[in-house]
Design a protein around this ligand. Structure first.
Ligand SMILES: CC(=O)SCCNC(=O)CCNC(=O)[C@H](O)C(C)(C)COP(=O)(O)OP(=O)(O)OC[C@H]1O[C@@H](n2cnc3c(N)ncnc32)[C@H](O)[C@@H]1OP(=O)(O)O
Length: 201
């Protein structure tokens, strides 16, 4: 098995370690974190060593902006990891460094960019397009034809109505029902979701 280095020792790291182990092609051997709080995660040592230059890496950070910054600072191969329980059609495309966690569903002609996170039980319907660094959280439901811009977080259990356009670096709150387009950097939540503020990212 090939070795892989993980970047980021937070909660998302636990999920990705188990995902990679379950697939059996790579063996996670080191977690790099600039501020390690634990000596190891699921038996893998955590180190601050920023000079480490791995051949193969995965960025295990849930924060989309930090994931983007780190992805640009590392020269490595970034495999795509898809749990074996994920349901997907051949017309689905998925970029490098993206992880798709257990029980997600990817319908016809779904397009997913680089370094995205598709979390447990997310449902992504036909013709949905996600740009790079998007995170679709647990149990979110994205209806047909939705477009989501770079770096946006769709929170746990949120529902996005068909054909909605969501901008870049937006945050859709958990449980939101999104019935209208969402501008770049907007933080929206509620039913129906409304803009509450804007992010700086
Ligand atoms: C594997 C995983 O864990 S995936 C998890 C992915 N992460 C998520 O799903 C979390 C997404 N984030 C959220 O939902 C956040 O609550 C946000 C971004 C919508 C709001 O965050 P903040 O701007 O910090 O709001 P804050 O926590 O200060 O709350 C402000 C008010 O909005 C309410 N509120 C916060 N989030 C929501 C929400 N999702 N829906 C409805 N109301 C909300 C709060 O109760 C609070 O109300 P109050 O003023 O009456 O007390």
């Amino acid at each position: 098995m090939k070795h892989i280095t993980l970047y980021g020792a937070g909660g998302h790291c636990y999920a990705v370690i188990e995902l990679i182990r379950s697939l059996g092609e790579y063996i996670p051997t080191l977690v790099i974190d600039h501020d390690p709080r634990e000596g190891s995660i699921l038996t893998i040592p955590v180190s601050k060593n920023e000079d480490h230059a791995p051949e193969t890496a995965c960025i295990t950070i849930g924060d989309n902006a930090i994931r983007k910054r780190i992805s640009r600072s590392i020269e490595a191969d970034f495999p795509t990891f898809i749990h074996e329980s994920v349901v997907q059609y051949p017309s689905v495309s998925i970029g490098k460094g993206t992880v798709v966690l257990p029980l997600a569903l990817l319908d016809a002609a779904v397009s997913i960019g680089d370094f995205c996170i598709i979390n447990n039980s997310a449902t992504i319907s036909h013709n949905v397009a996600l740009e790079n660094y998007v995170h679709i959280a647990i149990n979110a439901a994205i209806a047909g034809g939705v477009k989501i811009g770079e770096g946006t977080l769709v929170g746990a259990g949120a529902v996005i109505n068909p054909e909605i356009n969501i901008g870049k670096w937006a945050i859709i709150g958990s449980g939101a029902i999104v019935t209208k387009d969402v501008p770049d950097h907007a933080v929206v939540y509620g039913n129906p979701a409304v803009v509450k503020r804007y992010t700086n990212e």
